[in-house]
Write a protein that binds this ligand. Sequence first.
Ligand code: BMA
Length: 376
Amino acid sequence: MQIIINKNAFIEKFAILFLALNFACAQAQHNEVPELQLSDKKVSNSVKNLYYKLKTISKNGFAIGHQDATSYGIGWNYEHNTAPVKSDVYEVCGDYPAVYGFDIGHLELGNDRNLDAVPFQSMRDLIIDAYKKGGIITISWHLDNPTSGGNSWDKTPAVKDIIKGGKHRDTYELWVSRVADFMKSLKTETEIVPIIFRPFHEMNGSWFWWGEGNCSPEDYKTLWIETLELLRDKHEVHNLLYAYSPNKLNPTDDYLKYYPGDDYVDILGIDIYDFKNSEDYIKSVVNDLKIVKDIASQKRKIYAFTETGLETLSTPNWFTEVLYPAIENSGIAWVLFWRNARTDHHYMPYKGHPSENDFKTFKALPKTLFLQDIKN
Ligand code: BMA
């Protein structure tokens, strides 16, 4: 009898162990990408949640993003009209974007406003507000040229001067410390806001001082790695996912030419604009997103369409007939449209613009996800 009891107990224990193992395997499968694969092993829980949220989104469609969505639009500016928070996208289609792009260019200088005159204080408020409402935040950095004092488009070689041993290294470390302070200040009452940080973008183009021809790929990679290490290790910034985003690829371009390595990148992206040539644009989008998808799948990383748009939306039905078919089955987590600065420099419709109806139709399509769609 004793033996039978023991045997039953053994079977019971074995069964429990078996179930526990099964459960653990199921969990592991559910959380496909273990947190260990992120470039920062100490990321906040909010970052981990964002990562899983992006994965889920990419399985259901793609989140719609807008640069400076709530900072200003055509005919309004948040600075002069603080409540309620406005957005041209909301005015046109009745919902806010799911992704909010901001740019911290000139933060490095200690200025109060970014290169497009957005005050950093209102940027901080709008980032926190968007996050609390369920939005996703991505930040780019059009920083000045540390060697010449010119802007991002000043091609004076500078990367060599700011990596370790360079003559402007101290200045650069000061600049990164300002970025760190800003990132760490993005907090709600209970948590730190997770940010997708996308520095030194479009490096395969030659228009930025960190771009093709103005620095070597090796120096670019070193700059990326050292910047990440300063933020992560020296300043203990743990609310960032790092996104690598080259510009549209020319036929012989290697997407990974400037890639600093799997340990330093969390999200793969690409920037492609329609320069009033839909055919060429569609070809590039389909081709390049497939390349990004293949590399991302192999590396088990998320990928996104990190910048796009057609300035002034001069092609009729651009959203539904040009863009949507090109990205519908791409698997991207989000697509970010550039800013609505002026009537001659905008990428989203605004109230009264001829593409309003096309955008409403675009919003109703199955894969386009706005704020209400991704909230939970
Ligand atoms: C560019 C333009 C510029 C702007 C910069 C950073 O593409 O929109 O006017 O200063 O982005 O936002």
